[in-house]
Design a protein around this ligand. Sequence first.
Ligand code: TXA
Ligand code: MG
Length: 353
Amino acid sequence: MENGMRTKYIEFTSEDSPEFIEAAMALREGRLVAFPTETVYGLGANALDSNAVRAIYDAKGRPADNPLIVHIADLEMLKPLVTEIKPDALKLISAYWPGPLTIILKKSGIVPEITTGGLDTVAVRMPDNFIALELIKKAGVPVAAPSANRSGKPSPTMAKHVLEDLDGRISYIIDGGPCKVGVESTVVDMTVDPAIILRPGGITPEMIERVIGRVELDKSILGKKAVDRPRAPGMKYRHYAPRAEVYVVSGSSEDIAAWLRSAVSEDEKSGKKSVILAAKEHIQEYGLEHAVSYGSINNASEIASNIFRLFRECDRMGTEKIYVEAIPREGIGLAVMNRIEKAAGGRIIHAGK
Ligand code: TXA
Ligand code: MG
């Protein structure tokens, strides 16, 4: 315990339980409460209370120029936070809220600078999780919440991951079981025309285009190199990363398999502890002693829900190198590849070239 605070762990039973109500009141009063959402666990603070929000940056060790997402439970909560809601933004909201979609709008005067990292815009989302929505309603304030991990670490998809990172640094953790989606929300900037996706997530570009027509993808998503000044300040840091070195391996299945077999045999010779995270259909290529399944190659949602947990499990086993088989950038696969590439920090291998 670094700062001697006692973290109260609450197993969610009912929104009317005394301890849940206690956590909601504490949140309103300026304390930090970690809670489940459909994407990953969030570390919540009263978004309108500068001191509470400052405590989030301290607890996570997060750079102060990295703005937070404000979580709301109903549309009434949105209006006071922003200067206007244009028709396209409203269409997206009707289509995908509650859900894994964060919308950036011009902020109003009531949102403190620290919540938005000094920007004149604010990111807002309505999570699709009963516990999160009840917590926000009971607290009665909009809730600023980044992912509830120490800055740079993989996002937590289970309450125990939050404990690993933040025990003794926050007031409450509400355990609501594992998160459904497993990667963070899509962030879309609606202050520009056409709208730009700053971070891919559970709501895919196709799903957005279906509702508002053309949408662009920020350069930092397509390019493999870090850009100096990405529009979502959070995307410039190495991120989502386990302690191990992460390598993304792409190419034809045959080339990937050949490259990986030789890499792990080299590692074995030199005594490096390495693991391959691969599609379940490919595990037999490497053998169970070298590879762990991240899910089916035909089911990117399954891979999304497993990837951060697997990174953490590799750390627990003392793994030094993690090789991840690349997946197609389709649907939520775009978000999965984005997170894996961030974790790899540029270690990208094109097998067979
Ligand atoms: O699914 C999620 O979005 C989770 C759960 C807890 O809701 N939250 C989350 O928050 O991932 P965080 O803080 O880890 O990531 C927020 C991202 C960062 O990349 C940040 O830079 C960007 O959103 N962001 C926030 N406000 C912004 C703004 N006004 N303009 C541009 N980017 C913004
Ligand atoms: Mg995060």
